[in-house]
Design a protein around this ligand. Structure first.
Ligand SMILES: [Fe+2]
Length: 253
């Protein structure tokens, strides 16, 4: 669908097309292969462990408390689905009564019907999580991706880009601008959450992960990680140079 994925070494995962197959029909409506870049690829370094970024992104219940613009936009409609076989999906539709925020009020007013989309997707903002570190997101105006790469134990590179329709109308362009403003606020709120999450794990009071029933997005992502990295289930971390060997041995069990 216009995206190119490169892996430098063979791994245990199936191809992206196979992993994303459950959502291929839905995604196909967006015709992302006909889109053009809406801007540059953005990158941003953040001073946290990669896992803190993914953990925050994998649960949606912080939206109501941490993302006032998204909450205004979505109302009660946002929900997460768990990771199953390497892929998950979070779905929201925007709320026609939204409007406490300037960007949201005007986005809802200006956003037009995308004739490519069936009824149930016309007002949808959807996020597809691709294990372990990638999200592809769609709105009526855009398709975007974002990923995180660990640089060191305490540093992560965020990377992403937005794509638009080549023949967009002035209204679609304006809606895309307003969406960018909403996403810009959301990103900086999320960066703060990941810093707190990272600090929490480093605290001497941190016992373990106690997840609520609403955090199955985090839980199922961790399950996927434990499957490929059983070494992370050990109480004590092995010496760094031993990690790969210990992990390989545990995978054989
Ligand atoms: Fe968030």
């Amino acid at each position: 669908m216009g995206f190119v994925f490169i892996r430098f070494a063979k791994g245990p995962q199936a191809s992206v097309a196979e992993i994303m197959a459950p959502f291929a029909e839905e995604l196909r409506h967006y015709q992302s292969e006909t889109m053009v870049p809406a801007g540059e690829i953005f990158t941003q370094k953040t001073p946290v462990n990669w896992k803190s970024v993914r953990d925050v992104d994998n649960e949606g219940y912080h939206v109501a408390m941490a993302h006032p613009a998204l909450q205004d936009l979505y109302g009660q409609t946002y929900y997460d689905e768990p990771f199953v076989n390497g892929v998950c999906r979070s779905f929201a539709t925007y709320n026609p009564h939204a409007g406490r925020r300037w960007s949201v009020r005007n986005y809802v007013r200006i956003s037009q019907d995308n004739p490519r989309l069936p009824e149930h997707l016309k007002k949808a903002w959807i996020y597809y999580g691709l294990f372990p570190n990638c999200v592809i997101a769609v709105t009526p105006e855009t398709v975007q991706f974002y990923q995180e790469f660990p640089i060191s134990r305490n540093e992560t590179m965020l990377r992403g880009a937005v794509y638009r329709y080549k023949d967009e109308t002035r209204e679609q362009e304006a809606a895309r601008y307003l969406q960018m403003r909403i996403d810009r606020d959301t990103l900086s709120e999320d960066v703060q959450l990941t810093i707190w999450s990272n600090e929490a794990m480093a605290s001497k009071s941190f016992g373990n992960f106690y997840l609520s029933d609403l955090e199955y997005g985090v839980r199922t992502h961790h399950d996927h990680l434990r499957r490929v990295l059983p070494v992370m289930t050990l109480e004590q971390a092995p010496e760094e140079k031993e990690v790969a060997v210990v992990n390989a041995r545990m995978r054989l069990r």
